[in-house]
Design a protein around this ligand. Structure first.
Ligand SMILES: C[S@@+](CC[C@H](N)C(=O)[O-])C[C@H]1O[C@@H](n2cnc3c(N)ncnc32)[C@H](O)[C@@H]1O
Length: 265
């Protein structure tokens, strides 16, 4: 069981713009073009592991028909935020939170009956959050300069989420990862950009992904700022994976690369 009051103390630091390894601002929504990134991928009926971040990535997998989507994140606060968004969809029928006011969060919490231990813990966290913070302080816990990705089937997302068959994991994908499940798709978002060009980390990252994938499984690795990082990732990953660009061709004939799809060999 986590120490929720410790998590709230750390949240206060984040709200005051301090961050540490496992506690930092959370993406309010994704800054990636998720619909474009998914356009070439067959998601229907697949078991997925996705970075949690804002939750958008995971919810889009449900929107495209994935069977199950587990989420992971090194940031503890992302996983709490994930549940807040799940409840907002289930009880308010809204995809995005339309207000960051503590009074609105209180209303959401009043509807929640937790269905498992993780959800009960998230509910305790948010109940303590609304006691400690006021006004729209949630806004300062969030990185809010992102774009919005439309979904086309909120009912389907809610139906899948209601089953509560997903797991939320707090781990660093570049350290030891203990999960028994295997996944058809792993979405890493742009984690490579956070690896500070460390080849030690890239190697552990690659080997964790490889071991978590089922046979023929794929990693969808997107990039937001394209530079040497993408090349470093490719250098390590291509030893064990076949790969394909995710790119779009410009009118000028040039090409923009948004990342890679890696297929387990
Ligand atoms: C890489 S960031 C980028 C956000 C992304 N572009 C989006 O649209 O949401 C996504 C998430 O990855 C998490 N993350 C970064 N490095 C990680 C790591 N080594 N292990 C697990 N999660 C990580 C961050 O905490 C963040 O929530």
């Amino acid at each position: 069981m986590r120490d929720i009051s410790y998590d709230i103390d750390r949240t206060e630091e984040v709200i005051n713009y301090h961050k540490s390894d496992n506690y930092s601002q959370v993406y309010a929504s994704s800054n990636e073009k998720i619909n474009f990134l998914f356009s070439d991928i067959d998601v229907k009926g697949k078991n997925v592991l996705s970075v949690a971040a804002s939750g958008d990535q995971a919810f889009h997998f449900y929107n495209k028909g994935a069977s199950l989507v587990d989420v992971f994140d090194v940031n503890v606060l992302s996983l709490y935020y994930y549940y807040l968004r799940v409840w907002n969809m289930e009880y308010n029928h809204c995809f995005y939170l339309n207000s960051f006011k503590v009074s609105k969060i209180k209303k959401i919490l009043a509807s929640v009956t937790p269905k498992n231990d993780d959800e009960a813990m998230a509910l305790s966290y948010w109940k303590l959050f609304v006691k400690r913070f006021h006004g729209n302080q949630l806004r300062y816990m969030l990185l809010n300069d992102n774009s919005y990705n439309n979904i086309d089937d909120l009912d389907l997302i809610v139906k899948k989420l209601k089953l509560r068959n997903f797991k939320t994991y707090n781990f660093d994908i570049c350290e030891t990862v203990n999960i028994d499940s295997k996944y058809d798709i792993i979405y890493t978002s742009n984690i490579s950009e956070w690896l500070a060009k460390s080849f030690r980390k890239f190697n552990i990252y690659e080997s964790n992904l490889y071991n978590l994938l089922s046979d023929n499984g794929i990693v969808l690795s997107s990039h937001v700022s394209w530079d040497q990082v993408g090349c470093d990732e490719l250098y390590v990953f291509q030893k064990y994976f076949d790969y394909k660009d995710i790119s779009c061709v410009l009118k000028s004939g040039g090409k923009i690369n948004f990342g890679y799809v890696y297929k387990k060999r």
